[in-house]
Design a binder for this molecule. Structure first.
Ligand SMILES: *[C@@H]1O[C@H](CO)[C@@H](O)[C@H](O)[C@H]1NC(C)=O
Ligand SMILES: *[C@@H]1O[C@H](CO)[C@@H](O)[C@H](O)[C@H]1NC(C)=O
Ligand SMILES: *[C@@H]1O[C@H](CO)[C@@H](O)[C@H](O)[C@H]1NC(C)=O
Ligand SMILES: *[C@@H]1O[C@H](CO)[C@@H](O)[C@H](O)[C@H]1NC(C)=O
Ligand SMILES: *[C@@H]1O[C@H](CO)[C@@H](O)[C@H](O)[C@H]1NC(C)=O
Length: 744
């Protein structure tokens, strides 16, 4: 390094500083003192622009209004412009740069040279913020002033630095270490200072004809090689000055009536850079400590927001605190706020409230469901569910249990009772075709029930059918009682009713004589079974061709037990309201209202007549006296005119003697007096033997005699007869003939 810092030049001079300036002190500024001057936005007390506005004359700010905008100058100076005054004891001023310029011959250019003085005994240069700086290539700069490291002594101090540079290339921008630029610290308490700049060599390079020296705010100046060229024309640089009040320390000043720290919540601070003190607002307050009400409380809650919890502003301070249920200091830089145990309790309480809420809504839902269930139960009861259950329980184990379907099951099976699934409509209700989940086809009968009597009827059907397990009786699979209308579920019979086959020419032609005999025998067997089987005999009461269904094999299935009655064992007959279908009703029952099994025999006789003649039961096509098929049939057979009333479709395949035997049986069944009619079991047996003969003509003798005997002997069957029938119709032996015989 060509250039190096030359050690401090220290001069020790004794200079007596005259006594403190005459102070015409005021304690507070006059109201309405100007606080602005041009660019200087704030002139705080103790500074002021007039005697009524400043604390003492050393704080005078001269506002020169010949400038536009006006310029504030320190005291009476015309060169030290005030840039900034802050209440923490610092002010920034613009100070003229000391310079010396030389021409090519090495002569000093007078006009361009300056050596400014800062004659400011009250305002020492801030040794913290400033640096003494010299710029040039053959420059020695010195600063002189009263140094005051020991406040009781006042000594003149000098310090300085040397800067040189051979070539411009050696100069490094931003580096102020002796090449083109040098810097040195300011001694503490330096005031009333002056700077001088002198060349120490003769070779003043062309690129740096001037030497400069100045005290400058360190952070406001960054050296550049361009500064070598007359500091780029700059005449002033900012300098930071310390200011203090009075000459005494705080300890002394507090007893002085002119003590400047007037504000409540203010404090006194010894000046660190010279005699005197300054004032400060206490922590937590801000404002001007030199004014009565200068120190105002700081609302920390709003300004620094120190709390993570709640914040309460207090005079000079604040308090962080946590909400109820939380613990901690509530401070952002502290523990903050955490839920306390009691909060857990509160949380627990709300959780349990939630649970309670959920629970109660569940209960409500359950109640709703319960209500629905009750409603269904009510329907169930209304629909005779109780009676049914009782009745079903009485016959436990006899048949496979009747299934009780739910509303949902049936809705699903019928596609919510879709119209397309309707397979029949009648006075008693609507029948839907349904499909159970196991792909079983079922007939679902929605009964129309309007009074309790019908409920009873409905239950009858359920109970009766559930007791019956016969191949030729439509099987009841189950029921549903939860709906307002009770619903029955039957096995699905595919081939329609017997009536359909007789009346429909096309379908009827498929019913051969042999087939008709078979169907008749099967139906008779079923009815005989009803009369004789189970615990209590059953009277169907509504036997007709539309109640005999046919499956795909033309197997007869007796259906519709809505009107059926169980005859209590102690009563041989029932006295009831007239029921049944016109044309099928037993004439004796018409007169007596007394219902016996023989009423069924009569109705069955009408069905047999239909089979034989293919005629409608009641027809307006026939003469008035022959409207009723039963009467018509009997009168014509009595007149031996059977062949004329026979179904034409039968004449070709039925043997006439067989047809005649059949006709005789029909005639017996249609006897006006019930006691003249054969029992149902006898009818069944005779039809069976006729059917057997028709199939196997060779075996006809035995059975046919039996039939004819039985047919003509309609009184209470003898023991032998019964045995004979059982023997001749082995397949019927499962039927409970005993009971009906006993009853008869
Ligand atoms: C204001 O500044 C001008 C120009 O520097 C000077 O002539 C004048 O005396 C100053 N006025 C005061 C009141 O200092
Ligand atoms: C005074 O100082 C403050 C903060 O240091 C600054 O924001 C402001 O601009 C300064 N005013 C002047 C006139 O320099
Ligand atoms: C300050 O100067 C006085 C008088 O010269 C001397 O007695 C005192 O010890 C000095 N204090 C310090 C800290 O140098
Ligand atoms: C300041 O210095 C100047 C000359 O350098 C001198 O005339 C003046 O008396 C000094 N003032 C004080 C207060 O020391
Ligand atoms: C100020 O200085 C005086 C004397 O130097 C000393 O007694 C006093 O404690 C100081 N006060 C403060 C607040 O530093």
């Amino acid at each position: 390094m060509a250039c190096r810092l030359i050690s401090l030049l220290r001069f020790t001079l004794f200079a007596t500083i005259s006594a403190a300036p005459k102070i015409v002190a005021i304690y507070q500024p006059k109201f309405g003192c100007p606080t602005k001057c041009g660019e200087l936005r704030d002139i705080p007390f103790p500074f002021g622009t007039s005697p009524e506005c400043y604390l003492d004359s050393s704080f005078l700010i001269t506002c020169n209004r010949t400038f536009s905008p006006p310029k504030p100058f320190l005291r009476k100076s015309t060169t030290i412009e005030v840039l900034n005054i802050s209440l923490d004891g610092l002010m920034r001023v613009a100070v003229v740069v000391a310079r010396n310029c030389y021409d090519e011959s090495g002569a000093r250019i007078k006009g361009k040279s300056k050596s400014p003085h800062l004659r400011l005994s009250k305002f020492p240069l801030s040794n913290i913020h400033n640096k003494f700086t010299a710029i040039g290539c053959a420059t020695a700069a010195v600063i002189q002033g009263i140094g005051q490291q020991n406040f009781s002594t006042r000594k003149l101090y000098s310090t300085g630095c040397i800067s040189q540079c051979g070539d411009l290339e050696n100069v490094v921008d931003g580096s102020c270490s002796g090449i083109g630029c040098c810097q040195t610290s300011i001694p503490k308490g330096m005031r009333n200072s002056s700077f001088t700049v002198n060349p120490f060599g003769t070779n003043v390079p062309k690129f740096a004809p001037c030497s400069h020296a100045f005290v400058v705010e360190e952070k406001a100046f960054k050296f550049s090689s361009l500064d070598l060229k007359d500091l780029r024309g700059r005449m002033h640089v900012p300098v930071v000055l310390d200011y203090a009040v009075g000459e005494e320390s705080c300890a002394e000043a507090q007893f002085n009536p002119r003590y400047a720290c007037r504000a409540k919540n203010s404090e006194c601070i010894n000046s660190t850079n010279g005699p005197g003190y300054r004032c400060n607002c206490l922590a937590g307050f801000h404002g001007n400590p030199y004014l009565w009400d200068g120190c105002q409380d700081i609302d920390e809650c709003e300004t620094i927001k120190p709390c993570s919890g709640n914040c309460k502003n207090l005079p000079g301070t604040f308090r962080c605190y946590c909400s109820k249920g939380y613990v901690g200091d509530g401070k952002k830089d502290g523990t903050g706020c955490h839920p306390s145990n009691s909060l857990w309790i509160a949380l627990g309480t709300s959780m349990s409230l939630l649970v309670l809420l959920i629970g109660s809504s569940w209960v409500y839902w359950m109640l709703l469901k319960r209500k629905l269930i009750r409603k269904r139960e009510k329907f169930f009861e209304q629909n005779g569910g109780k009676i049914l259950r009782e009745k079903l329980s009485q016959q436990k184990g006899e048949v496979e249990t009747t299934r009780i379907f739910t509303t949902e099951d049936l809705k699903k099976a019928t596609n919510n009772y879709n119209k397309s699934t309707v397979i029949g409509r009648g006075g008693q209700g609507t029948v839907y075709k349904g499909l159970l989940p196991d792909n079983k086809e079922v007939a679902i009968k929605k009964s129309i029930i309007s009074d309790e009597k019908q409920v009873e009827q409905f239950i009858n059907e359920v109970v009766i059918l559930s007791q019956i397990n016969h191949d030729n009786v439509v099987k009841l699979l189950g029921c549903c009682l939860e709906t307002p209308v009770p619903i029955l579920v039957y096995e699905f019979i595919t081939n329609g009713t017997l009536y359909d086959h007789i009346s429909d020419e096309r379908r009827g032609s498929a019913l051969s004589w042999e087939m008709r005999l078979k169907i008749a025998a099967e139906a008779a067997d079923a009815v005989a079974y009803l009369h004789s089987s189970t615990i209590k005999p059953i009277i169907h009461r509504d036997i007709k061709s539309t109640n005999i269904l046919l499956d795909s094999n033309y197997t007869a299935k007796v259906a519709d037990f809505g009107a059926s009655r169980l005859i209590p064992l102690d009563k041989p007959h029932l006295s009831t309201r007239l029921e049944g279908t016109m044309g099928y009703i037993d004439p004796e029952y018409f007169q007596s209202n007394q219902l016996t099994e023989k009423s069924d025999v009569y109705s069955f006789g009408v069905v047999l007549a239909e089979l034989l003649t293919g005629e409608e039961v009641t027809s307006t096509k026939r003469p008035v006296e022959d409207r009723n098929l039963a009467g018509y049939f009997v009168s014509w057979t009595n007149d031996d005119r059977l062949p004329r009333i026979l179904d034409k479709r039968l004449s070709k395949d039925g043997k006439i003697e067989m047809l005649e035997k059949f006709a005789m049986l029909v005639k017996d069944c249609l006897s006006v007096k019930g006691e003249d009619r054969p029992t149902m079991k006898r009818v069944a047996t005779e039809l069976k033997s006729l059917s057997t003969i028709e199939k196997h003509p060779s075996k006809d003798t035995d059975a046919s005699t039996g039939v004819s005997e039985g047919a003509h002997n309609q009184n209470v069957p003898s023991k032998t007869e019964k045995d004979a029938f059982v023997g001749s119709s082995g397949s019927s032996s499962t039927l409970g003939f005993e009971s009906i015989s006993d009853k008869q």
